[in-house]
Design a protein around this ligand. Structure first.
Ligand code: ADP
Ligand code: MG
Length: 308
């Protein structure tokens, strides 16, 4: 008789893969995990849920990559605050039809990325149903007291920077991107960041969050937007620019800082990825895109939003 594999077998398997590596916590196995907050640190909390059919589809994603993405998008939120990831809880709604190897593969994708970024998996919830795969990650990060970077600190005159290249994240990059944890930590140590956000919904849309929270506007220079070579060179420059501004799921960092600090970054980029100045914060409460011919258009918030 074939032995059946249950929720608790999976939890035992997960537990065996994730020995406690952090001294200040008790992880998987009890009703809750216990975390002793490190001294003089603030704790950062975020949660993000990924659903098959919306955030990934099979077979273009593998179960490992779906799991990986679920943790990676949460790591990206910690990066946006310039935090260091500490631990995470994983909740799964597993499709009954797919069986235990599929469940392990989803968790393996999560575990591998957790090991890469020294995130301890400290708990979660495991369910199965007749629906598609749903993965929820709750993440805990730490930052030295009052060192985390918010959306609300942008000031008129600030220079606006972005890491990496934008656009064309589908079909593969959104599953394999590197969360900019290390880059954010280096930037926060090198210069004084006034505001920061990670680019999940698209530059146009995510920039608006900084502008609204900071009560400022922006003027972007269209010629400086770093367009990814993931975008087809068959498309016109105009189409490529529009996609770089609005495709979303780039998971790069958008941040603002004083011109003095901006110049320092341009003189000596402390990162191993590109850093580009794309514009300036203004006191006029609009977001404007300046074109090479001198004309200006209002940046429309065309990024991805879930309809309710
Ligand atoms: P309870 O019934 O008290 O909620 P469970 O039996 O659901 O506890 O879970 C047992 C332990 O396994 C808990 O410590 C829980 O946090 C952990 N756990 C459950 N599912 C997962 C998962 N997918 N990943 C990591 N830990 C998990
Ligand atoms: Mg319990």
């Amino acid at each position: 008789m074939a032995t059946s594999f249950h929720e608790f077998d999976l939890i035992q398997w997960i537990r065996a893969q994730c020995p406690n590596s952090k001294a200040n916590l008790i992880g998987i196995g009890d009703d809750t995990a216990i975390l002793q907050p490190p001294l003089n640190c603030e704790l950062l909390f975020a949660t993000d849920m990924l659903m098959e059919g919306t955030h990934f589809t099979f077979p273009s994603a593998t179960p490992e990559r779906a799991g990986r993405k679920a943790l990676a998008v949460n790591l990206s939120d910690i990066a946006a605050m310039a935090g260091r990831p500490h631990s995470a809880l994983i909740s799964l709604a597993l499709p009954k039809s797919k069986g235990p190897e599929f469940a392990k593969a989803v968790m393996q994708g999560i575990i591998d990325l957790a090991n890469e970024f020294q995130v301890q998996l400290i708990g979660g919830d495991t369910n199965s149903w007749d629906g598609p795969l749903v993965i929820n990650v709750a993440i805990i990060g730490i930052a030295p007291e009052s060192k985390s970077i918010k959306r609300s600190g942008a000031m008129p005159g600030d220079w606006i920077f972005v890491t990496g290249e934008l656009g064309g994240s589908l079909p593969a990059h959104h599953l394999t991107f590197t969360p900019r944890i290390n880059e954010a930590l280096i930037l926060n140590q090198t210069v004084s960041l006034n505001s920061m956000i990670d680019l999940s919904d698209g530059l146009t849309s995510d920039l608006q969050h900084i502008l609204r929270e900071s009560n400022v506007g922006a003027i972007l220079d269209a010629t400086t937007i770093p367009i990814s070579n993931r975008l087809s060179s068959d498309d016109s420059n105009q189409v490529r620019l529009k996609r770089a501004l609005s495709d979303g799921e780039d998971f790069e960092l958008l941040f603002t800082l004083s011109p003095e600090d901006g110049k320092q970054l341009l003189n000596q980029n402390p990162l191993s990825i590109n850093l580009t100045q794309i514009g300036e914060i203004s006191s006029r409460l609009t977001a404007i895109l300046q074109h090479p011919d001198g004309s200006q258009t209002t940046l429309e918030d065309s990024g991805w939003k879930h309809e309710l």
